[in-house]
Write a protein that binds this ligand. Sequence first.
Ligand code: ZN
Length: 236
Amino acid sequence: MLAHPDDAETMAGGTLLTWARRGDRITLCLITDGDKGTSDPDDTREAVVARRTVEQERAAARLGADVLRLGYADGELQPTIELRRDIVRVIREVRPDLVLTNDPTTWFRHGTYINHPDHRIAGHACVEALYPAVKKASYFPELGLEPHVVAEVWLGLTDHPDAYVDITDVLADKIDLICEHTSQFEPANTRLAFTRIAAAAGQPRGLAAAEAFRTLRLARSTVQALAGSHAPGNQD
Ligand SMILES: [Zn+2]
């Protein structure tokens, strides 16, 4: 559940490749259509969306992922009840075991840049959809969809990582995924930048290349977690 057409590949491309290759089904839900992703003042919104959709479809095909698009405007995302309902609908339809989105608490990164507000809001809206709405039938009954329990949530672009995925063997493939977004990334600089990012992410665990996430295991109740039990359960 991500804001922009290239967010899955840049934030978690190595992890998603690893999961896809072990046989997991991957569905990318893109909340905006990335229509602000241009520096050409003569570009129309339609032209940008068409270009980025083609690029994203190529990347998704290379990854082996299905794609859903919610069609919100790029750069204008807000945590509205309409967005929460749309996310609940997608999660109840797709019924994933794991949801990957942005850490909604990340305002800044590395003391050098401000996180894109769409990233924060995508994570914010997704977290609010996951609890309690997705799993309680009394929320959005008009959708006519069965509630669903998501077992795990992984949050990327985080300052509080607790899970490190070794992407050493798939780093080159991750960069190829990113480079499918030809209007956004220049190959030589992208290769250099994402090799450095992966090395920095892996450094705390001695990995040559990694992606790091903050994780939640929702299918355990607070009581069970405190007791150290691994039995599934939910806390309402
Ligand atoms: Zn983005």
